[in-house]
Design a protein around this ligand. Structure first.
Ligand code: ASP
Length: 368
């Protein structure tokens, strides 16, 4: 099912979409929305599915559902923690006992390789008990609902559930249903907050430790990209200017309301920028017919060495992976000296250590 067509206006009610993919009474979802996991006074709340958001605390569990609304000081504190984790991991990969008392379940209801591996490594580096679940061929195909499946994890003693799901708002919905802390590892086209944090961490490193006065170009399939949404929310919070560029068919309606300005061409977006983030073409989320061809995309929107030269001399190139080489990025750019793609991966483990530690909260403190 197609959940958010590029030209579908924002300000829509996502609850029907979630209810379709997550069997649950619609009234329950409306209650969740009403009880204000979303903040009705927030200027961007119209863009926000029920429960988007922030580190929220319920029953002592600290959820990370999105970067929208997450305060600047919390973002910076996570990045600082992650820098400490990175420094330690570079010296010593033996596990600590910080999460010795903590059970982390990684529940992937949609394909994931990088994010799953990164969360697994992070949880193990902190000494947690880790169990990974992927929905293919398992109970969901026997008709068990998502909520029932997650309740099983909870009954097994999961303190933190890391969840990826194809429906926007699914992580927030689950946070309402179970007492474990929920970490959103990607909910459809909505958010991917740990990706946003690792992108911020990578940029801050590349920019000598400060976001001040910087500008980034985000190029490609903005409409289907949870990576773009989390990045835009996080970048706006720390004060980085964002220029968006991409084919009109892959640009959401009222895109400026997300934050950032729109450029007509990739060259214009990249001119004088401090970084560029290329987004993966989300073939699996497209209805078809949105792109004439990949060759055409590469020519008009792909980032090659000549376009990289339009940026500042020390500007860097990011991509969340997996890269379609020769489409979003020319191979010599993906592997070139300005590419920080592998730093993004290494930073991902560190950021996830910092997030898991926060989500485990009191239990992590007890164990330390
Ligand atoms: N790996 C990222 C995600 O799951 C980026 C992508 O797949 O395009 O959202």
């Amino acid at each position: 099912m197609f959940l958010l067509a590029p030209r579908r206006p924002h300000g829509l009610d996502y609850s029907a979409d979630i209810a379709t993919a997550v069997p649950a009474p619609l009234t329950r979802l409306r209650e969740v929305a009403k009880r204000g996991l979303m903040n009705p006074s927030s200027p961007s709340s119209a863009l926000t599915p029920p429960g988007a958001g922030r580190f929220a605390t319920r029953s002592g569990a600290t959820h990370l559902l999105g970067l929208e609304g997450l305060p600047r000081e919390q973002i910076l504190a996570i990045l600082d923690d992650a820098e400490r984790d990175l420094a330690r991991l570079q010296k010593d990969r033996s596990p600590t006992d910080e999460l010795r008392l903590v059970t982390v379940v990684i529940a992937m209801f949609e394909d994931s390789t990088r994010t799953r591996v990164s969360f697994q490594i992070a949880a193990k580096r902190l000494g947690a008990t880790v169990s990974t679940f992927s929905s293919h061929g398992l109970s969901l195909s026997k008709g068990e609902t998502l909520r029932d499946t997650l309740r099983i994890f909870e009954a097994n003693g999961a303190d933190v559930v890391v969840v990826r799901h194809a429906s926007p708002g699914a992580a927030a919905y689950l946070a309402e249903q179970i007492d474990s802390a929920v970490v959103n590892a990607g909910d459809g086209m909505h958010e991917h907050p740990t990706q946003g944090l690792l992108d911020l961490m990578t940029l801050r490193q590349a920019w000598g430790g400060s976001f001040a006065g910087r500008r980034i170009a985000i190029v490609g399939d903005i409409a289907h990209s949870r990576v773009a949404r989390s990045a835009i929310f996080g970048l706006a919070t720390v004060g980085v200017a964002v220029t968006l560029a991409g084919p009109a068919t892959l640009m959401p309606a009222e895109v400026e309301r997300l934050g950032g300005t729109v450029a007509a061409t990739v060259d214009e977006a990249m001119e004088g920028a401090d970084a560029v983030m290329a987004l993966r073409i989300q073939r699996e989320r497209m209805e078809g017919g949105l792109l004439p061809s990949f060759a055409e995309y590469a020519r008009v929107w792909g980032i090659d060495a000549a376009r990289v030269r339009r940026m500042k001399p020390d500007a860097v190139v990011l991509h969340p992976g997996p890269v379609n080489r020769g489409v979003e990025l020319a191979p010599d750019v993906a592997d070139g000296e300005r590419s920080v793609i592998l730093d993004q991966v290494a930073n991902g483990v560190a950021v996830r250590c910092a997030v898991l530690r926060r989500s485990a909260g009191a239990l992590a403190r007890e164990a330390a």
